[in-house]
Design a protein around this ligand. Structure first.
Ligand code: PMP
Length: 430
């Protein structure tokens, strides 16, 4: 404990104040296996948040560790992207094929933020416009352009921006002015809003719209299926590109589709991805139509993206996801998790909404008049930890619990998590 306290004090002294840590007593993970992590004090937790943070498949998966180790054994961690890298090319071929984008090309980065920065560079160059549309309550990263298109102001350190941004309704339905409409009318209201934004505030010369099919940091907000298909029809009228940010929704996590945007019956002009693909290694990227990808004249964004170690790990992760049909597991166990949470909600009025798809499930906590209840979310976070379960928190008001276990999660682990959540939510309601 003393060593842990000392590490925390050193962290606080040398690292920025804005680098937040979860929990009153932050956790230091010392080892991990499957869906379980063990902290420095030897306490083991079931991890129901790692799936979104980075870990699509779970910890210590031999097939993935062996592939990384084999690359390390060659002695080549990285040289430069100025040389040919066979795993990088193979991974690009696989992702291009899986994307469903005709004639797709792929560029690798080290993170989701870099992937979105690249996508914005492509779109603004292609359209010769610095105007971008994004959804309210979005999160796309915290670099200079991505922070500007992040509509969740809790995450925006600055309003300075290299792009001009217009905001569109559609993501966060629970607190939207269109909340009480039917699915079809909600979509129509959002489409009307989009058209008005284009015509009234932009004169139509917009480079692109970027959107998360399910907003991640924004609290797993889940629009009706088809919304982005309806948006794309309007965007096409103006030649505006559509970019789907799949950083949290890719690789089958939503259960129904391999990409989150699949629920909307539309093929985007580009998709960005990261996190889960590396199962913990730093990798991200953009997959885009060839003419869009090739419109840049300059060399690559960084010399590290798609390095041999990351791409070896990512290829093994992708193989694992596909060979074990983890998308089907996400569909099946996500449905059970949601059903269990709906039953918890019936007994606990603090639960205002249970939403999401597959293994991306959000619980919005509310006060007596439906107002956001961030303190309850903090209490659930701490209460779940006391019960041996790690979960996430998010949402515009910090009042949404986010559940996103690795996609290898088992039925027993889902039941175990539900027991812990029933206890923690019950305590927070009391
Ligand atoms: N897009 C989305 C949808 C995200 O959730 C995140 C990270 N939370 C990012 C982009 C940025 O990714 P990274 O942290 O890898 O830079």
């Amino acid at each position: 404990m003393a060593a842990h306290r000392e590490l925390l004090a050193r962290h606080r002294a040398v690292m920025p104040n804005w680098m937040a840590l979860f929990y009153d007593e932050p956790i230091e993970i010392a080892s991990a296996s499957g869906r379980r992590v063990t902290d420095r004090e030897g306490r083991t937790y079931l991890d129901f948040f790692a799936g979104i943070l980075t870990n699509a498949v779970g910890y210590d998966v031999p097939e993935i560790s062996d592939a990384i180790r084999a690359q390390l054994d060659t002695g080549v961690f990285h040289t430069s992207t100025l040389y040919l890298i066979d795993k990088q090319v193979e991974l690009a071929e696989r992702i291009a094929e899986l994307s469903g984008i005709p004639d797709a090309k792929v560029f690798f980065t080290n993170s989701g933020t870099e992937a979105n920065e690249t996508a914005l560079m492509l779109a603004t160059q292609y359209r010769r416009s610095d105007q971008v549309m994004a959804l309210r309550n979005s999160y796309h990263g915290r670099a200079f352009a991505t922070v500007a298109i992040t509509g969740n102001r809790g995450w925006s350190a600055s309003s300075l921006s290299p792009v001009k941004v217009s905001w569109v309704h559609g993501g966060y339905r629970f607190r939207s002015p269109f909340r009480h409409l039917s699915d079809a009318d909600y979509v129509k209201a959002c489409v009307d809003d989009l058209r008005e934004v284009i015509e009234v505030t932009t004169a139509g010369d917009v480079a692109c719209m970027i959107a998360e099919p399910i907003q991640g940091v924004g609290g797993f907000t889940t629009p009706p299926d088809g919304l982005f298909g309806a948006f794309k029809e309007v965007l096409d009228e103006y030649g505006i590109l559509f970019i789907s940010d799949e950083v949290q929704t890719g690789w089958g996590r939503t259960g129904e589709h391999f990409w989150g945007i699949g629920a909307h019956g539309v093929v985007p002009d580009a998709m960005t991805f990261a996190k889960g693909l590396g199962n913990g290694l730093a990798i991200g990227g953009v997959v885009a139509r060839a003419d869009l990808m090739d419109c840049l004249g300059a060399n690559s964004l960084s010399t590290f993206g798609g390095n041999p170690v990351s791409t070896a790990g990512a290829l093994a992760t992708l193989d694992y996801v596909l060979e074990h049909d983890l998308q089907a597991n996400a569909l099946k166990l996500g449905a059970r998790l949601t059903e269990g949470l709906r039953s918890i909600a019936e007994d606990n009025p603090v639960v205002g909404d249970v939403r999401g798809k597959g293994l991306m499930v959000g619980i919005e906590l509310v006060g007596p008049d439906g107002e956001p209840a961030p303190k309850a979310a903090l209490a659930v976070l701490e209460g779940a930890r006391e019960r041996g379960l790690l979960i996430g928190k998010g949402g515009l008001y910090g009042n949404v619990i986010r559940l996103a276990p690795p996609m290898t999660v088992t039925a027993d682990e889902v039941e175990e998590a539900l027991v812990a959540l029933r206890g923690a939510i019950g305590e927070a309601s009391a």
